[in-house]
Each structure stands twice: as structure tokens, then as C-alpha cells.
Design a protein around this ligand. Structure first.
Ligand code: SF4
Ligand code: SF4
Length: 406
């Protein structure tokens, strides 16, 4: 915090999950008009930290943001983007990638520049390739103002990276379910004690913490002050004085308004002991229910065998945790029939190659979990159900075509 002062709004706008034209996560087809208006609205309300990355929306997020921040909006914000270490093969690549990003973002400098998704091995590789010299030079020639890193690894690596360079800030995943996970509370305090600003990502754990759950209602009903689940989760993160900015991947106008309202009311150490106890009870409730702690980040995709890994887990948690059996079945059958993608994308298609396990920041035992998913959903009735639904769909299509012809 000391290193970057107090210039940042406590709510940041994340550009990984912008509204999309066809409502398909990961399709990359940003609904630019709507997303521009959302971002400008947030800036007009005081949000001044905007975060993107090279590969968000299949590489389209930065270019979009460059246009969205025209008409004077660029000058009103602190722009953050990230260098992808997995695309860096030599020192010269770092400059090339940064120059491409400056061009896409239509700016001459990045305010907050991060090494994207570091863990121990990725950091060691970047050091060997000359990242220290790169960051020092880019700061000196004015292409970046502050250097930081986003992190998905274990706590010891986190501390080693914090100590490995003169960073001004870092970005960690943090919410009341991830207090012991990755950098966790210990990492948050460690970085803050070293004077780094801490940007928090996934405060709602990819939206999981906002899903309605009967078991949770009994917890939140005990609160004197009624709040939405999103508010409880955000207030809990902002309750930590070590947190500088909380990023929210906002794509719905109502959520943006709600988050801005909460940000205006949230202060460090403002939750009472009783309220904090309720959050602990909520956490325990989730832990009892949760089977696959997937955040939906899609780092593991694409699977070479065609499995839609996050969608499988989403339906599994929908079934097991969120008690939404009918929808879970509907969506899984749609996946099985290939109606949600170009081909079936079932959990049972996993060949256990292990590729996804290395890429998953949550370190989930993906192949084992997929076996559980397949056991839950892929029962004897799956194939006949898909066959019947396809017949119904063919009949409906023929009927619709007949109507058009007549
Ligand atoms: S382990 Fe299974 S799910 Fe993961 S990439 Fe390989 S085939 Fe796909
Ligand atoms: S399985 Fe892991 S990498 Fe894949 S979407 Fe979930 S959390 Fe992300």
C-alpha cells in the first residue's frame, strides 16, 4: 500500500467476464456497446482501476478496452494488464508483448503491469529470461508505472516471489472460502507488511458465493442487518485493512450498481464479531456441501478429449451444493447431446492425460472429480433421453420450417 499511495478506488472493474453477444462464456464475442456503457458508468461513479489481460475474451479484451476508454476515460483510470509468461520464450518477447498491449490499449503507458498467473516455476523461468531487467527498463522508459504479479500457486512460492523483486503490488485470489488457499490470509498479510498494494480477485469465487442455497439462508437469516450474499462476501474482503482494491468481473448493470453501493458503504474492520461469526458459519456450510471447488476460470481448457471441464463441475455443484437438480440435469443433458457446444463434452470422455491438472490454479484433482460427475449424471437413462430429445427437436424444427414455408 505504501508503495502506491491511496490513489485507487477500492472497487476495480475486471474485464475477463464482460457481457457477451451470444451469452457464451469464453466465446470472446464482447457485446461492445453494452460493455462500454457499463465501464463508463462505473468510472463516472468513481471506479478508477480497470483490469484486463492479454488473453481475456480470446485476446479481444485489451483491444475493446482501448476503444471503450476513448473520449477522455483513459485519463481518468488506472489501467492494469498482464504479461503472459507462457508466451515468453526470450527476453525480447517481453518488450514485444508489452508494445502490442500498449498498441491494443491505445495508450503510451500501463499504470499497473502484472506478470500473469505466476507460481514458483513460472517465476523462476521469467527470472532466467531476464524479467528483472525488463521491468526495470520498462519503468525507466515510462511504459509502465508500477510492477506487480497475479498469483495462483502455493504460499511459500508466493512469499519467495514477493521477496524476489521490488514489486509495488500483487494480485491474489481471496474470499471467505479461500483463506487457507493459495496466498491466503497469510500471504495477504505478508505482502501488505512489505508495503505492497494487494488487489483481490475472485472475491465471489467466480459467482459461486452469490448462488442461492437453502442451507445458507438459515445462516444469513440470523443476521440483524439483512444483506445479499454478494454483499456479505464483498464486505468480508473489504473488512481486511490489507486489501487495496477488490476486482469484480461485472457484466450486469444491477450488479455494477450494487457493487458500487456496497463499496461506498464498506470500511476496513467494520464487521462486528457476530457478523464475522456468521461468515464463518457460512464458510463451514459451503465446505460441507462443496464437491468440486472450481471457479470457472477456464485455464484448463480446451481439453484434448473434448470434455467441458468447468461446465461439468458447474452442473455437479449445481446438483450437489446448490440443490438445483432439474437445471443441473437439463444442462448436463444439453452438454451430453452437444447442444451447448459443437460436440458432446461429457465428463466420461476424460482420458486422464493429466494436462488440465497442471493448468488448474485451484489444483483440483480434475480426472478423479470427473469420474464422480460421470457417476452422478451419466446413468442408463442418459442416452435414451438424448435420443428422445433429439426426436422432439427434429419434429419442432420441421414444424417451424413448415410454418415458414406456408
Ligand atoms: S485429464 Fe481428462 S479432462 Fe483433463 S485434459 Fe486430460 S482428458 Fe481432458
Ligand atoms: S477446473 Fe480449475 S482451471 Fe478448470 S475452470 Fe475449474 S478452477 Fe479453472
Amino acid at each position: 500500500m505504501e508503495k502506491i499511495g491511496n490513489e485507487l478506488s477500492i472497487l476495480g472493474f475486471g474485464c475477463m467476464r464482460l457481457p457477451q453477444k451470444w451469452g457464451q462464456p469464453g466465446s470472446g464475442a464482447i457485446d461492445e456497446e453494452r460493455a462500454t456503457s457499463q465501464i463508463r458508468y462505473a468510472i463516472d461513479q468513481g471506479v478508477n482501476y480497470i483490469d484486463t489481460a492479454m488473453f481475456y475474451h480470446n485476446g479481444k479484451s485489451e483491444g475493446f478496452l482501448g476503444s471503450a476508454l476513448a473520449s477522455g476515460y483513459r485519463e481518468r483510470v488506472n489501467l492494469a494488464t498482464k504479461l503472459p509468461p507462457y508466451w515468453v520464450k526470450m527476453r525480447a518477447d517481453m518488450d514485444k508483448l508489452l508494445d502490442i498491449q500498449l498498441d491494443r490499449l491505445k495508450t503510451d503507458h500501463i499504470d499497473y503491469y502484472l506478470m500473469h498467473s505466476l507460481n514458483g516455476p513460472a517465476w523462476n523461468k521469467m527470472v532466467d529470461l531476464g524479467v528483472v531487467d525488463f521491468l526495470d527498463s520498462a519503468k525507466q522508459d515510462g511504459r509502465i508505472r508500477y510492477a506487480g504479479f497475479s498469483f495462483h500457486g502455493d504460499r511459500d512460492s508466493f512469499k519467495a516471489i514477493v521477496d524476489g523483486y521490488g514489486w509495488e503490488f500483487c494480485q491474489i485470489q481471496y474470499n471467505f472460502l479461500d483463506q487457507q488457499h493459495q496466498a491466503g490470509t497469510e500471504g495477504l498479510k505478508y505482502a501488505a507488511a512489505k508495503g505492497l498494494g494487494v488487489v483481490v480477485m475472485e472475491p465471489l469465487r467466480g459467482g459461486t458465493l452469490t448462488k442461492k442455497l437453502k442451507a445458507l439462508d438459515t445462516v444469513w437469516d440470523q443476521a440483524d442487518k439483512k444483506r445479499t450474499q454478494a454483499e456479505w462476501a464483498l464486505r468480508w474482503v473489504w473488512n481486511h485493512p490489507e486489501v487495496t482494491v477488490v476486482l469484480s468481473g461485472m457484466n450486469d448493470e444491477k450488479h455494477i450498481e450494487e457493487n458500487i453501493r456496497i463499496a461506498n458503504e464498506a470500511y476496513p474492520e467494520s464487521l462486528s464479531d457476530r457478523e464475522l461469526d456468521l461468515v464463518t458459519k457460512a464458510e463451514e456450510t459451503y465446505r460441507k456441501l462443496m464437491k468440486a471447488g472450481c471457479t470457472g476460470c477456464r485455464y484448463c481448457m480446451p481439453c484434448p478429449s473434448g470434455v467441458d471441464i468447468p461446465a461439468s463441475f458447474e452442473q455437479y455443484n449445481r446438483m450437489k451444493v446448490f440443490d438445483d437438480k432439474l437445471f443441473a440435469l437439463f444442462w448436463y443433458i444439453s452438454m451430453a447431446a452437444g447442444t451447448l457446444s459443437s460436440a458432446p463434452s461429457l465428463a466420461s470422455m476424460c482420458k486422464e492425460c493429466g494436462q488440465c491438472v497442471e493448468l488448474c490454479p485451484q489444483h483440483l484433482p480434475i480426472p478423479d472429480l470427473l469420474k464422480d460427475v460421470a457417476k452422478e449424471f451419466e446413468k442408463w437413462w442418459l442416452k435414451p433421453t438424448i435420443w428422445a430429445l433429439k426426436q422432439v427437436s427434429t419434429i419442432q424444427r420441421r414444424g417451424a420450417l413448415k410454418k415458414v414455408a406456408s
